[in-house]
Design a protein around this ligand. Structure first.
Ligand SMILES: Nc1ncnc2c1ncn2[C@@H]1O[C@H](COP(=O)(O)OP(=O)(O)OP(=O)(O)O)[C@@H](O)[C@H]1O
Length: 259
């Protein structure tokens, strides 16, 4: 469902070239729920932007649902849902319900199917009380639930989430995690999630890919990742050592090597 084959993305900053992502290869199969980890500046958001077609790779190949994201943005928009936790995709001054109606028109969702889907999302995300509230008046947790509903209204096969639980309280986080598990389990939606919240990873992701300095530093199950560490270490200890380049990788090399 998601394929990166030696994907790379550089940015020119004055006279320098920043290698945000280099030679990144991994695939995500249909129905998987994969967590994408990496320290600040590792290249996670750049990767997600390449998957959504917002950025074109400067090398290698990216495919989502068989499509080249940057060339087939319109076709891809029907197959993918995207949430950027730090930025809303909703219309700031419009009530949530009006944003949803605009999304219906953009995706040309048939009215009856839209009504059924919206009723289901309103119920599972508990949106009923603030459907008529302008987005700018929503709390962060309410807005995030609205963004999730917006990303899923057209029933996409793939959901890409960039820090969807950032800034949320424990109860809101738990609600969103439970919702994401249901979407993945009941509808078979493929999910790729980036997060700095290791609780998200522990509760949601069977598999983890770790990006460091734009490269793949680990790809395996969460159990494999934990198996690289002494038994007394928890996920925070393991990931801290990986981010510091101290841990041993699945392929036997030190993290951050070959920079
Ligand atoms: N538009 C841009 N122009 C120049 N450099 C950029 C641009 N976007 C990202 N970068 C650089 O690319 C690298 C990767 O950034 P990216 O935002 O992908 O990291 P990230 O893993 O998402 O980080 P964080 O966890 O802090 O959100 C960083 O060094 C960043 O400064």
């Amino acid at each position: 469902m998601i394929e990166l084959d030696r994907a790379g993305r550089t940015f020119k900053v004055r006279r320098n070239v920043v290698h945000a992502v280099r030679d990144l290869s991994f695939t995500v199969s249909a129905g998987e729920f994969v967590g994408c980890l990496g320290p600040n500046g590792a290249g996670k958001s750049t990767t997600i932007k390449m998957l959504c077609g917002i950025l074109t790779p400067t090398s290698g190949r990216v495919r989502v649902a068989g499509l080249d994201p940057s060339r087939r943005r319109t076709a891809l928009a029907r197959r993918i849902g995207v949430v950027f936790g730090q930025r809303t995709t909703l219309w700031w001054d419009l009530p949530l319900a009006d944003s949803f109606e605009l999304i219906r028109l953009l995706h040309k969702i048939e009215r009856a199917a839209f009504r059924a889907r919206l009723a289901e999302l309103t119920d599972t995300l508990d949106l009923g009380a603030f459907l008529r509230t302008p987005v700018r008046q929503l709390s962060l947790g309410q807005r995030m639930r609205g963004d999730l509903a917006a990303a899923l209204l057209h029933a996409p096969e793939v959901l890409v989430l960039d820090e969807p639980t950032i800034g949320l309280d424990v109860v809101s986080k738990a609600g969103i995690r439970e919702f994401l598990l249901r979407v993945n389990a009941e509808q078979g939606t493929t999910v790729l999630l980036t997060t700095h919240d290791l609780g998200d990873v522990e509760r949601l992701c069977r598999r983890v890919v770790l990006i460091d300095h734009g490269r793949l530093a680990f790809d395996g199950t969460l159990a494999d990742l934990m198996a690289t560490a002494p038994a007394h270490e928890d996920i925070e200890d393991v990931v801290t050592r990986l981010y510091k380049g101290e841990a041993v990788l699945a392929d036997g090399g030190p993290a951050g090597a070959d920079q």
